[in-house]
Ligand binder design. Structure first.
Ligand SMILES: Cc1cc2nc3c(=O)[nH]c(=O)nc-3n(C[C@H](O)[C@H](O)[C@H](O)COP(=O)(O)OP(=O)(O)OC[C@H]3O[C@@H](n4cnc5c(N)ncnc54)[C@H](O)[C@@H]3O)c2cc1C
Length: 375
């Protein structure tokens, strides 16, 4: 039952996974939604994503899991290989959307973005590109939002879904820790080897590497580089450096290494995490997704939290008589789960740095089991 009877107008800042899911869920609940996205209309380029069970389950609730499965590569196993190239176990992940559908999907980031954007628009959300928010004021039960094109909105709800370096978080005066963990993650798009029908993860002497299928033809190589300073490499140096880092691994990594070509598809990012230190909202402004809790990529679960946030936000707003109460209920339901995931991902990053991979695997598995509990 919808108990909220107030004005249903919202500005969402950021058209990423969290912002687009929240837009769809709110628009379906009768909200008039406008999204301000600083980037251009073109879908973000780049590497692939592994959407784990909780992501698929949340996407299924929005009716989009099958679209993602149709365009990505469904799979259910993670095969671990130890530093000597010996099998170190196979994790069979729970199939959260039924035994007939896979446990997770590897998919291109631009593909997920296109699917989510099309649905948000179909539900009536208006997306404005090249626009950001420059000021926020609270006026009784409304939020006054000034946009970078000089226009002003007075709305019942402001959602900051603007990623790990969230501007809305700062404008609302919310405090977050933003930490670098001495690691860099690499991603490179490669042709999918025929044997790669699930995720393969290889523990090297210094680093961790692996492969995630994205479609029948494509996969992405991932590598986590340990004990590195924050530094920038020129684009032309990325592919040769990644091939060099893959040299020390045993077994099938040699084959994967030969697939990394000189191409623009190689990316290298610092491992950063963010976690709000206190409240997620001020007045009727709230932050969600990476803006509130950005885990290290090792758990491949940031997208799950982002999609779940959008769904739970719309649900809790509908269940309460005021936005304030709805936001309070939303944060109460989300805070512990999100904190656990971020903290576990940080612990895994630490174990990898200490080369204690055998301790990291069970920690990741137990966190995957926790994430399999309903959001
Ligand atoms: C290398 C890497 C690999 C990853 N792999 C995985 C994976 O395999 N599986 C997984 O689940 N997660 C993965 N993650 C995490 C996942 O990408 C994030 O958790 C997820 O994208 C968070 O979604 P979001 O919408 O909160 O933020 P984002 O995806 O960052 O989207 C934020 C949006 O806001 C826009 N924006 C930013 N600032 C402003 C502003 N001031 N005004 C207006 N708009 C703004 C941005 O342009 C963007 O469109 C990975 C992360 C990294 C870095």
């Amino acid at each position: 039952m919808n108990r909220y009877r107030g004005v249903r107008t919202a500005v969402i800042v950021g058209a990423g996974i969290a912002g687009l899911t929240a837009a769809t869920a709110l628009a379906r609940a009768g909200w008039q939604v406008e999204i301000a996205e600083v980037g251009p209309p073109k879908a973000p380029s780049g590497w692939g994503l592994c959407l784990t069970g909780p992501s698929l389950r949340a996407l299924d609730e929005v009716g989009l899991a099958d679209a993602c499965l149709a365009e990505g590569y469904g799979m259910s196993t993670i095969t671990h290989v130890d530093v000597d190239g010996e099998p170190a176990g196979e994790a069979r992940l729970p199939r959260l959307i039924g035994a007939r559908r896979p446990a997770m999907v590897g998919i291109g980031r631009p593909v997920v973005h296109r699917i989510l954007l099309a649905e948000a628009r179909r539900c009536g959300a208006v997306v404005r590109h090249g626009v950001t928010v420059t000021a926020v004021d609270h006026e009784r039960e409304l939020v006054r939002v000034r946009l970078s094109d000089g226009t002003v909105r007075q709305v019942a709800l402001l959602v900051g879904a603007d990623g790990i370096r969230s501007a809305v978080r700062s404008l609302l005066g919310l405090k977050a820790s933003l930490d670098f963990h001495g690691q860099r993650v690499w991603r490179a798009l490669v042709p999918r080897p025929r044997w790669a029908t699930g995720i393969h993860q290889f523990a090297g002497k210094a680093d961790t590497a692996g492969l995630v299928p994205l479609s029948d033809r494509q996969a992405y190589v991932f590598l986590t580089e340990n004990r590195v300073e924050r530094s920038v490499l020129p684009d032309a140096a990325l592919a040769p450096r990644l091939r060099q880092l893959l040299e020390g691994f045993p077994g099938r990594v040699e084959e994967i290494r030969s697939l990394v070509a000189e191409s623009a598809s190689v990316v290298r990012r610092p491992v950063l995490t963010a976690l709000l230190e206190g409240a997620w909202n001020r007045g009727n402004g709230v932050v969600i997704g990476d803006a509130a809790h950005a885990p290290a990529p090792q758990m491949a679960s940031g997208a799950a939290l982002a999609v779940e946030d959008g769904l739970v936000l719309a649900r809790e707003l509908a269940r309460h008589e005021s936005v304030e109460r709805g936001l309070h209920a939303f944060v109460s339901r989300r805070a512990k789960r999100c904190r656990t995931l971020v903290e576990t991902s940080v612990a895994i990053a630490g174990l990898e740095q200490a080369r204690r991979h055998h301790e990291a695997y069970p920690l990741a598995d137990s966190c995957h089991r926790l994430m399999a509990e309903p959001a």
